[in-house]
Design a protein around this ligand. Structure first.
Ligand SMILES: [Zn+2]
Ligand SMILES: [Zn+2]
Length: 59
């Protein structure tokens, strides 16, 4: 089953539309607060940045 995962907070959404709606409603005002020092990716929550760092750059 396809899962659409929010890159900002890691929540799973059932459809791409749901993910778009989630991002627009939940993260529109808080995007880009936390910036990954290794690749410059921006996240709206510290936990999302930590998750990204682990998944994208290793421990
Ligand atoms: Zn999210
Ligand atoms: Zn990164």
């Amino acid at each position: 089953m396809p899962n659409f995962i929010c890159v900002t907070c890691g929540v799973n959404l059932p459809t791409e539309d749901a993910l778009r709606d989630h991002t627009a409603s939940v993260h529109r005002a808080e995007q880009g607060v936390y910036v990954c020092p290794k690749c410059g990716a921006k996240f709206g929550a510290l936990i999302a940045l930590q998750r990204h760092a682990t998944q994208a750059h290793g421990s």
